[in-house]
Design a protein around this ligand. Structure first.
Ligand code: HEC
Ligand code: HEC
Length: 498
């Protein structure tokens, strides 16, 4: 802006000076009204061809030099100015993309900085609530071109927790906001060495998941069994403490055990207040009664948050304070409020469990049957012994190949993989991406190297691949993501899948 203003200023001044000069000249001439120019004496040749000519040439030279300096300086700073404006524009896009990332809670699923996470999901076959793995997206632009990534933002991914965000997909964001999100994704993209360096830890995680699979499914079965037991116990528990809410209210509002303050917790008056030794708003009788009642509820109620909140509460007629959650002392009257809320929660949950007993029991039993079947079938497992043949007996290579496949490919090519090990079907059984089992990938790519090239490049929308594949641009390219040695391991594994 500085140079531009100076140039403009100089130009305006020169024009004004020129106009002023002309005006002056004409006025001077008119005043004299002398002889016409062609008849009047001007300068002699000496003056005109030396002094005057030199003067004019020098000023022309000066003007040329000034222009020669100012123009390039202006030109250079102008392009810099445009670059700075473009950079600022990008910066604003990134900032706004970050706002959308926060506002639309991408981080709840993909992690606060895009490193990956999970989303609660009800798995259809089992009816169980599980966590569906959400991939890292601080590296998505290595796998997908910006246009391919845009497709997922606009349309989401059906059958997974990834919602559609773009207006065309029925989502809340317009095109510019999607652009800004992409600018933000670009901004948080990790370096390529960092991404390639993650391969080992991804492989380790994937292999650890296989090693711990039996235990983790067993833990799910145990949890499911506990839920079934809790449902069965609910009617008995309700018989014992179903009236706890009413008994609590009676203690705090009945004549002789109420105070004005305790009855006010139920928006009721206290007609006949009892003795309140420690002056904390709860009568001595209410404090003793409350302690007994809570002990009963805690002993009977199913384990859970409400019981945990009730546990530290204890009411002593000689002490105006009790202990709140987190171990901090709170006034007894505050403690009574907490007791009212949590006892209410416990009794309401028991009532719900009993009222919907049949439905809940059927759902829980279905979930348990699913898990038990999965534990027996162990579809997630690799038969490493027979797989090793494909790797010339190199068991370590076969292991690494399985870790790589599960770490990078299974979420799209193995049904149920993202929902967790209990829901995982056979490796390469086909999900969002086609099945790779049963020699299918050899039919599609008779040559090893062609398949390797495809996995390096990924698919392109509308472009044919293999023998009869037509890409939609949905298969990411792994060339920038994994080393060629690792990719060769994966291709060997894929071609050996039974
Ligand atoms: C409710 C959870 C959830 C939210 C919220 C969410 N995503 Fe996703 N997203 C997923 C899941 C799950 C997947 C992977 C789906 C699958 O398993 O194929 C995914 C996939 C993606 C992909 C494709 C990545 C790939 O390699 O397959 C991108 C890009 C993406 N999300 C970006 C975003 C952005 C940006 C936002 C915020 C506007 C967002 N997501 C919000 C769950 C979520
Ligand atoms: C984000 C999901 C996704 C991931 C991750 C993914 N793929 Fe794919 N893959 C696809 C889709 C979808 C197709 C079908 C092509 C298309 O729709 O563009 C495909 C196609 C293929 C094909 C061709 C299959 C055929 O018969 O047509 C092979 C082989 C393949 N993928 C291997 C892999 C391997 C190996 C990995 C891991 C390194 C992998 N894919 C990771 C989604 C994925």
């Amino acid at each position: 802006m500085g140079t531009g203003a100076v140039v403009l200023g100089l130009a305006v001044i020169s024009v004004l000076a020129w106009v002023g000069f002309l005006a002056q000249r004409s006025r001077v001439r008119r005043r004299h009204e002398a002889d016409p120019l062609n008849q009047s004496f001007f300068m002699d040749d000496d003056t005109m061809e030396t002094r005057r000519l030199n003067g004019i040439l020098s000023s022309a030279l000066v003007a040329t030099v000034v222009l020669a300096i100012i123009m390039p300086v202006y030109y250079l700073s102008e392009s810099g100015r445009q670059e700075a404006a473009a950079a600022r524009f990008d910066e604003i896009a990134v900032e706004r993309g970050h706002e959308w990332y926060l506002e639309f809670q991408c981080g709840d699923c993909h992690g606060p900085s895009g490193g990956g996470g999970g989303a609660d999901f009800v798995e259809a076959r089992s009816g169980l609530t599980t966590s569906w793995a959400a991939p890292s997206i601080d590296d998505v632009l290595y796998r997908y071109t910006p246009d391919e990534a845009r497709f997922w933002l606009v349309y989401g991914r059906a059958g997974t927790p990834m919602p559609a965000w773009g207006a065309e997909g029925g989502g809340p964001l317009n095109e510019q906001q999607i652009d800004e999100l992409l600018a933000y994704l670009d901004h948080i993209t990790i370096s390529q060495p960092e991404m390639v360096g993650q391969a080992d830890s991804k492989v380790d995680l994937a292999l650890a998941r296989l090693v711990g699979a039996d235990d983790s499914v067993a833990a799910l079965i145990e949890r499911q069994q506990a839920e079934i037991d809790a449902l069965a116990a609910a009617p008995g528990q309700l018989d014992l403490i179903g009236d706890a809410t009413d008994r609590l209210e009676a203690l705090l509002t009945n004549p002789a055990t109420c105070t004005a303050a305790s009855a006010a917790l139920y928006s009721l008056p206290c007609d006949d207040p009892g003795a309140d030794g420690d002056g904390d708003g709860l009568t001595d009788a209410a404090e003793i009664g409350l302690t007994g009642l809570l002990a009963e509820v805690i002993a009977t109620a199913p384990a859970g948050d409400p019981v945990l909140v009730l546990q530290p509460l204890s009411f002593d007629p000689a002490n105006p304070y009790t202990t709140g959650s987190g171990g901090t002392p709170i006034a007894d009257l505050e403690g009574a409020k907490v007791a009212i809320t949590e006892v209410d929660n416990i009794v309401r949950n028991l009532n719900l469990a009993v009222a919907n007993a049949d439905l809940l029991a059927a759902g829980a039993a279905k979930g348990l049957a699913f898990l038990e079947e999965a534990a027996a079938a162990r579809r997630w497992a690799f038969d490493f012994e027979s797989l090793a043949d494909a790797f010339d007996g190199d068991a370590a290579a076969a292991q690494r190949a399985a870790g790589l496949f599960n770490g990078y490919c299974a979420r799209c090519h193995t049904a149920g993989y993202s929902a967790g090990v209990a829901f995982t079907k056979e490796a390469g059984s086909g999900a969002f991406g086609p099945s790779l089992r049963g020699g299918r990938s050899i039919t599609q790519f008779p040559e090893f190297e062609d398949q390797l090239d495809f996995i390096i490049e990924g698919s392109e929308n509308g472009k044919q691949y293999g023998v009869n594949g037509v890409g939609r641009g949905w298969m990411p390219g792994f060339g920038p993501v994994l080393s060629e040695a690792d990719l060769r391991l994966i291709v060997t594994l894929v071609r050996a899948l039974p």
